[in-house]
Design a protein around this ligand. Structure first.
Ligand code: T4K
Length: 394
């Protein structure tokens, strides 16, 4: 494309309508209406309805896992998993994640103990984990950031050595694999998010998965106020139930799951081609030998090479109606209340702070066309070429 002038410098925006990161992928309307009609006719709207059960069993098959407990969202999924596993005291967790990961611990009175991440995978660095274990540590909660698995083997070894529970926040990692086995089968339990912005979604929703039958029973009770029978409560529970409308959306979207992955993969390869060789901009790579959902397109901007900070580049893109997002910024240890309560955490989170000041998520999903990617990439290139003229953007 021939770009004349960047919008931030007074040109016309490249896109009339905003391009969003996290634009929902939507399945076939007719299929959705078919499911919704069933729900309305049955007058069974929530509380472990037939569509929720169907969704659970379809997901269990895709993941090859024994138990899928669908939840109202990923955050409540994390909370019931944390409680069902009996986590308490201190839990080791990355700061480089979405607020929900850490809040779910703190919400339940648990102290998050932050560890740094690996600069290449952006996932918890197992070496750091060993260093922060204390007699108060009850578990490790690792995040499979952007759908790329943590170092599951080493984290499992540490959990075994120290008798700790191992929970994965796999909010980003639906339809991803680790050494040929689907994410959802590891640790004591894993938690997915099926939020509208995820490549597969149920509007709001999530699921806890586990191969431990007893744990699954407890999770099912805890998502339903602790009830195990009509008149019997056995646990402290909450209301974390998925409703039938969400399950209808999920079943609809499952029918086009392969297509969503195909388009995300195609988009990823196009970004790779367009951004290849652009000095100072590194596109996060996916290992193509494993199953991935390619749901996040992440670039790292090196200001020493590009002459532009990530924040300046974000402003350039927003002016063009490309609504790139800073996932994840700020890192959790710089959010309240953690910043005030745990000021000493900063000293061991150098990679986290470096990465979170450089990353930018770019639009993908079925709303994004290959030509859009060409334009987005040209704008990034043009911005870098004009870095001197953009120095004063704040
Ligand atoms: N763990 C991790 C690692 C997570 O990333 C998340 C959630 C969780 C746990 C918790 O799972 P849930 O409880 O959410 O199931 C968004 C999502 O709301 C959140 O689910 C997600 N991670 C996080 C990474 O992103 P925001 O605050 O950035 O959302 P918002 O409203 O700014 O929307 C993002 C973009 O999506 C915008 O550009 C607009 C677009 N959008 C959004 C919605 C809702 C649409 O185009 N249509 C829509 O319907 O958190």
């Amino acid at each position: 494309m021939s770009l004349k002038r960047l919008a931030i410098l007074g040109g016309e925006p490249a896109f009339k309508e905003p391009l969003h990161v996290g634009r929902p992928n939507l399945g076939d309307r007719e299929v959705l209406f078919h499911y919704l009609n069933q729900v309305l006719e049955r007058k069974w709207l929530t509380n472990n309805g037939p569509l929720v059960r169907e969704l659970e069993s379809r997901i269990a098959k895709i993941l090859g896992v024994k138990n899928v407990v669908a939840t109202v969202n990923g955050t409540l999924g994390l909370e019931i998993a944390i409680r069902a596993l009996g986590l308490q005291g201190e839990v080791i967790v990355p700061s480089y994640t979405f607020a929900a990961t850490v809040h779910s611990l703190f919400w339940l009175g648990i102290k998050p103990v932050f560890v740094d991440v690996d600069p290449v995978t952006y996932n918890v660095d197992p070496k750091q984990v060993r260093r922060v274990i204390t007699p108060e540590t009850s578990g490790i909660m690792s995040v499979n950031v952007y759908g790329r698995p943590s170092d599951i083997e080493r984290l499992s070894e540490i959990a075994r050595d120290y008798n700790l529970k191992l929970l994965f926040d796999s909010a980003h990692a639906f339809h991803c694999s680790y050494r040929g086995k689907m994410i959802g089968n590891f640790g004591d339990a894993e938690v997915f998010s099926f939020h509208a912005t995820k490549f597969f979604h149920t509007v709001e929703g999530g699921a806890v998965t586990t191969n431990d039958e007893q744990l699954a029973e407890k999770l099912r009770a805890m998502r339903d106020f602790g009830y195990v029978g009509l008149d019997q409560v056995e646990y402290v529970g909450t209301n974390a139930k998925m409703n039938e409308f969400s399950a209808a959306m999920g079943l609809t979207n499952l029918e086009r799951l392969d297509e969503f992955v195909y388009v995300n993969h195609r988009n990823y390869r196009r970004y790779l081609k367009e951004l290849d060789g652009l000095a100072g901009v590194t596109l996060m790579r996916y290992e193509e030998t494993e199953k991935r959902n390619y749901g996040y397109i992440i670039i790292e901007v090196d200001p020493d090479v590009t002459g532009l900070t990530r924040d300046q580049l974000a402003k350039v893109l927003w002016a063009e109606n490309i609504l790139a997002r800073k996932y994840f910024y700020p890192p959790c240890h710089l959010m309240e209340p953690y910043r005030t309560l745990l000021p000493q955490a900063r000293s061991r989170l150098r990679e986290t702070e470096r990465i979170s000041s450089r990353v930018l998520a770019l639009p993908t999903g079925i709303s994004i066309k290959e030509e859009d990617i060409e334009t987005i990439s040209s704008i990034i290139e043009l911005a870098i070429r004009n870095a001197d003229g953009l120095k004063n953007i704040r």
